[in-house]
Ligand binder design. Structure first.
Ligand SMILES: C[S@@+](CC[C@H](N)C(=O)[O-])C[C@H]1O[C@@H](n2cnc3c(N)ncnc32)[C@H](O)[C@@H]1O
Length: 304
């Protein structure tokens, strides 16, 4: 079986089977002959190789190249295909103190800098997210795009103790990984991960309203970090449901890279009418070469 066929098959297996498959797969068939494999390079040397002039550049790392090679697959099934998402959960369980939210976040950042590059919001933009959550002091948070739960962990750490997050995730395998990590961090009673999409014909919206308390004016904070092509249509769905109230805060990642130009233009056109948006300049996660933007928008109410 070819590597890609093996990877495709792996996505249909149970977590345990998938794990077993990855363990038994010969390393050479999953990885290229490029020498910069973090596992084989002493950590201090790996770090030096990944920085040029004080800038973090993961581009020579095999894990980054592997992700680029898998981009089409990543955009379709939202896993890189080499088992890094499952291995992240293993890393967290083995290396982060159980019930210690800070330590779980630290362990994920460590894994992403030193083992496998991943598409979490990351530490730099994560700090912008933290500040937005602290400013909003939300009771009810909606996240679009859970992936492995990294941003949900950060939101939970910054929000008031009695607040709740419901996070929507398209890929059921990612939702399971996130659940495992959130459970290890001891916050599974504060975050619900729902498998679905807002655009799935009403199923997820109905569940959010029936089981997670979303109702007119109930939503204080939204983090948008999923499929860039549906940022705007999903914001319009949220507005259509009437879940926001004046003062609700919506923050979106990756507006510059990979980019969500329609979303950005929509908010720009409505600046100081129904929205007030601040654009935060930052970098794409876990490096400092590619620039990115996070948009933090206060809903002012009135016409969408
Ligand atoms: C960039 S990752 C999210 C990263 C996460 N917010 C973090 O910072 O840790 C995008 C995630 O959105 C999910 N996704 C893609 N399209 C989606 C959709 N329409 N609704 C919900 N989730 C979606 C993908 O499966 C993927 O796990």
């Amino acid at each position: 079986m070819t590597t890609s066929a093996r990877e495709e098959t792996a996505t249909n297996r149970t977590s345990a089977q998938h794990h077993e498959l990855l363990r038994s797969a010969p390393e050479a068939s999953l990885q290229s002959p490029v020498r910069l494999q973090p596992a084989r390079v002493p950590r201090h040397r790996a770090r030096a190789l990944l920085e040029i002039g004080g800038r973090r550049v993961p581009f020579m790392r095999w894990s980054f190249i592997r992700l680029l090679l898998s981009m089409r697959r990543l955009m379709r099934v939202w896993q890189v295909g080499d088992g890094r998402e499952e291995r992240l959960a293993d890393h967290v369980v083995q290396n982060a103190r159980e019930g210690d939210l800070d330590d779980v976040i630290r362990a994920i950042d460590e894994y992403c800098y030193e083992r496998s590059y991943m598409i979490n919001v990351g530490d730099e933009k994560g700090a912008i997210l933290d500040e937005a959550v602290r400013r909003a002091r939300p009771s009810q948070v909606l996240e679009l795009g859970t992936y492995c739960g990294y941003s949900a962990l950060r939101i939970c750490r910054a929000m008031p103790d009695d607040a709740r997050v419901v996070s929507i995730e398209f890929n059921a395998a990612n939702a399971l990984i996130a659940h495992r990590i959130l459970e290890h961090a001891g916050i599974i009673d504060r975050v619900a991960v729902l498998v679905g999409t807002l655009g799935d014909g009403g199923r997820t919206i109905a569940t959010l309203e029936a089981e997670h308390g979303l109702a007119a004016g109930s939503l204080d904070f939204v983090f948008i970090d999923h499929d860039k092509n549906v940022y705007l249509s999903d914001l319009e769905l949220i507005l259509g449901q009437g879940w926001l109230h004046p003062g609700s805060v919506v923050i979106a990642d990756n507006v510059k890279f990979p980019g969500a130009p329609e979303y950005r233009a929509y908010l720009k056109e409505r600046q100081d009418q129904s929205w007030r948006t601040v654009e935060h300049e930052a970098h794409l996660e876990y490096q400092t070469l590619i620039k990115d933007l996070m948009l933090e928008s206060d809903y002012l109410g009135g016409p969408a």
